[in-house]
Design a protein around this ligand. Structure first.
Ligand code: ACO
Length: 429
């Protein structure tokens, strides 16, 4: 017999089914709660709320497990490419060689942006944050493909997926080129995804430029480990926007904005700024660990803690190893890596961090690699967005194809004033 839970309200018993996920997670199905009992649930930050069922990504925060379509992140980071992983996330299976070639062909053939998009970059003030620029430009893509935005048309969705994956690196590289006053380059379709991006970032028309394959692979792996993370803040934003049947450009544009915040994708920028501050302040790591522990001090150790991982973040292990390798190969001595290692060592032995289960997250070391690749600090969150794009697309597509599709619309517990009269101005205190 299917498991249920019984809720007693005013002496009446109500039964609700317990659903079981494929990896053993259980959830109470409360979709009939309000119609049967008149109650709603209250769960600020959605810490115990499943907003959908999904076949894309599984994570076990206690055991530090992360699977994309069932495949462990460690295996994908070692053996796959970003484009192959994107295919896996979006379509559910690893591609055959022919499927991969076709997918890649479609992506590279959409890598240019409309020439008039270049004018947009002139309209922003000096030094705009690249997340703001890219979200705006991604949203504006909808204006260029107005007749191909039907979210229920398979072909139109497919071409939009190709356009987004193809154009985001170009849009991102343009935000950097514009900020340093260099000409906006064209993509080179003979190159792979990450090599093409790095070339657009760092080549100039004046001299030949060859992308270091170690740098390109490092970036590819970083994109892979960021590619999806189930119902996090930005992905939930993409799903919520998509649930009104808004097109994929609009939904992803919202996702970029959600990712921007320092508690989410903006953390990688915040980490490097924090490490730099500690370094500039004489490198006293204990001082900052103590500040993070002080309840009266709002300072937090950026790159520590995670809503779901309460043991370790499997992505941070992959990144830490890669940071060591990239820095060793490049011969660059990075004092911030030493500060980071010391900070990690001290925090991991400290009761405060142990009790609260605060471990380095994916962002703790990623910034150090981006820095070694010469990516400017304010573009770190954008690197995260480029990586997360296939996850956003896969989750948006899954939502649109879901038989249980519904517009997202949480309820609330109203605690404001009860009904009262409108007071004319001369009677207000
Ligand atoms: N430094 C010091 N204390 C911390 C930290 C930290 N980095 N993170 C959490 N805590 C403390 C909180 O003060 C709180 O203490 P309290 O119980 O005494 O009030 C307790 O640990 C629980 O913290 P919450 O914020 O309630 O935990 P939540 O799960 O809501 O937040 C979050 C997780 C937002 C990631 C948090 O740990 C944080 O702010 N970390 C720093 C920012 C960061 O690295 N963000 C990147 C997240 S990963 C990603 O988005 C890819």
């Amino acid at each position: 017999m299917a498991e249920t839970v019984t809720l007693t309200v005013n002496g009446n018993n109500y039964e609700f089914p317990i659903l079981e996920g494929s990896c053993g997670e259980k959830a109470i199905d409360i979709s009939q709660l309000r119609s049967q009992t008149g109650l709603i649930t209250y769960d600020p930050g959605f810490t115990c709320t499943g907003s959908c069922s999904s076949k894309i990504t599984f994570l076990d925060g206690e055991k530090g497990v992360l699977l994309y379509r069932g495949i462990p992140i460690e295996q994908l980071a070692e053996k796959s490419t970003f484009i192959e992983t994107a295919y896996l996330l979006i379509y559910g299976e690893l591609p055959t060689q022919d499927q991969l070639d076709e997918f890649h062909y479609h992506i590279i053939h959409h890598s240019m942006v409309h020439e008039s998009i270049k004018n947009f970059y002139d309209g922003f003030p000096n030094n705009p944050h690249p997340m703001a620029v890219c979200s705006a430009v991604v949203g504006s893509l909808a204006t260029f493909y107005q007749n191909e935005l039907n979210v229920r048309d398979e072909h139109e969705v497919e071409i939009t997926i190709h356009r987004l994956l193809a154009k985001l690196p170009t849009i991102a590289a343009y935000s950097y080129k514009k900020s340093i006053g260099q000409p906006l380059p064209y993509p080179d379709n003979q190159l792979d995804y990450t090599t093409n991006f790095l070339k657009m970032m760092f080549a100039t028309p004046c001299e030949p430029y060859t992308v270091d394959p170690v740098a390109a692979r490092a970036l590819d792996v970083l994109l892979i480990i960021h590619a999806d993370h189930e119902q996090n803040c930005s992905t939930s934003s993409v799903r919520l926007v998509g649930s009104s049947m808004s097109n994929l450009f609009a939904s992803v544009s919202a996702g970029i904005y959600a990712l921007w915040g320092p508690l989410h994708g903006g953390a990688n920028q915040a980490v490097i700024e924090m490490l730099q501050r500690i370094y500039d302040d004489g490198g006293d790591v204990y001082k900052y660990v103590n500040r993070a522990k002080d309840p009266k001090d709002p300072f937090r150790l950026m790159g520590f803690g995670h809503r779901v991982y309460k043991n370790f973040d499997p992505r941070s292990r992959i990144i830490k190893k890669m940071a060591d390798e990239v820095l060793k190969k490049s011969g660059v001595k990075e004092p911030l890596l030493e500060i980071a290692s010391e900070l990690e060592k001290i925090a991991l032995q400290d009761d405060y961090f142990i009790e609260k289960k605060l471990y380095p997250n994916v962002d703790f070391y990623s910034g150090i690699i981006y820095k070694a690749l010469n990516i400017p600090v304010n573009m770190f969150p954008l690197m995260f967005a480029m990586g997360r794009l296939p996850g956003w697309i896969a989750q948006w597509k899954e939502l649109q194809e879901d038989k249980a599709f519904k517009i997202g619309r949480p309820r609330q517990l109203y605690v404001g004033p009860t009904m009262r009269e409108y007071l004319p101005m001369n009677e207000r205190g």
